[in-house]
Design a binder for this molecule. Structure first.
Ligand SMILES: NC(=O)c1ccc[n+]([C@@H]2O[C@H](COP(=O)([O-])OP(=O)(O)OC[C@H]3O[C@@H](n4cnc5c(N)ncnc54)[C@H](OP(=O)(O)O)[C@@H]3O)[C@@H](O)[C@H]2O)c1
Length: 330
């Protein structure tokens, strides 16, 4: 059987397990030119929640469809040239055991790389950190880089890449335990618990020379604080807005933003990782080299079982993940 999670209904406020519905159907059969893939790992991403709220960089989710999501899988049957049984592939086929896909929806992965690395650090997550920091943020040695959701999938990679670039790195994360871990295990220079009171004061103390690059994964109060602490000609890399995904009504934008951007000559720029996929091969080679030689620790937080995917996603908004959250399906 093909076990699936369907997207059942748009959440009003926070997502819950009733956002999803379990279903079972026959394993699909590939036609000529198609490939049958078995899911090995699912990537859990805050964006899965954002897709429920309307059109983003992709169409909004429709109730009744298989819940969308990036996955890594293994070809079990192929009627398409270039794909063979046993090939490891990645793509966006959602929360299910099996999917039939056309080759243009699959990327073949080669080399002796673990599924844990393929589901995040050496794929979308790592590439997001890499391109966002290096292409949008453009760090220089000695810059102070602040990154929010620093103990998460993208944040852990951003902080470590920024250290490799010779920057001073400060992270924000929920809770003292995560903050201590960022400094002791991942080499951050300082970390600030954004859930404690006085977050602006704490970030100011951790960034005594101001902020040159703010890598924004969260929006919300950390963005407000960072804006007021940016240095002249600083760069704000708008990667995501996780503080506003799992709410009934996103907060209105801060009124002071345009003035601060003018006075400090800031560049505030959004990006989607796919914008840079023409440079993907080079980026993967560099990331893989850093992970292999131990200069970057790839932290992957794996939960076993497709049945646990809803709880795994809900946990992203409660901060239960450390590093990249993934679900092992088979
Ligand atoms: N632009 C792109 O192409 C692209 C690609 C991938 C991801 N992204 C974005 O990158 C960001 C990080 O994604 P990720 O996959 O690395 O997720 P993640 O950081 O591994 O997981 C989300 C984290 O957000 C934090 N969080 C939850 N609610 C929060 C709130 N209200 N305020 C502040 N922090 C909160 C939690 O950590 P705490 O314990 O610290 O609260 C949680 O661990 C997201 O905004 C995502 O949409 C963008």
């Amino acid at each position: 059987m093909n076990r699936q999670w369907l997207y059942a209904q748009q959440p009003q406020g926070k997502i819950g397990t009733d956002t999803f519905e379990w279903a079972e159907s026959e394993i699909p059969v590939p036609d000529a030119g198609e490939v049958l893939v078995r899911t090995r790992m699912l990537s859990l991403d805050p964006a899965n929640r954002a897709w429920m709220m309307g059109k983003t960089y992709r169409e909004a989710l429709e109730p009744g469809q298989v819940m969308s999501g990036f996955a890594v899988g293994e070809v079990v049957e192929s009627n398409a040239a270039g794909f063979e049984r046993g090939d490891i592939v990645e793509g966006d086929w959602g929360w299910q055991d099996y999917a039939v896909l056309s080759p243009d929806r699959l990327t073949k992965r080669t080399g002796d790389v673990s599924l844990e690395l393929l589901v995040g650090p050496l794929s979308v997550t790592g590439l997001t950190a890499y391109f966002g920091l290096l292409e949008v943020g453009r760090p220089k040695p000695g810059d102070t880089v602040l990154v929010s959701a620093a103990a998460g999938a993208v944040g852990t990679m951003v902080g470590q890449i920024a250290k490799l670039m010779g920057c001073r790195v400060v992270g924000t994360a929920g809770g003292q335990e995560k903050c201590d871990w960022l400094v002791s295990d991942l080499g951050f220079d300082a970390a600030v618990d954004y859930k404690a009171s006085g977050v602006r004061r704490a970030i100011a103390a951790a960034c005594p020379d101001g902020i040159d690059i703010y890598f924004d994964n969260t929006g919300g109060p950390v963005l407000d604080a960072a804006l007021s602490l940016m240095n002249l000609r600083g760069r704000i890399v708008c990667c995501g807005n996780v503080s506003q995904y799992d709410v009934e009504k996103p907060a209105p934008g801060p009124m002071a933003v345009p003035g601060l951007i003018v006075v400090k000559r800031l560049r505030m720029e959004g990006f989607i990782v796919m914008d840079f996929y023409d440079q993907r091969a080079e980026a993967e080679t560099r990331l893989s080299g850093w992970v292999t030689d131990g200069r970057i620790k790839a932290v992957v937080d794996v939960i076993d079982g497709l049945e646990n995917a809803p709880e795994a996603l809900i946990g992203l908004f409660e901060g239960t993940n450390w590093g990249k959250r993934a679900v092992r399906v088979s």
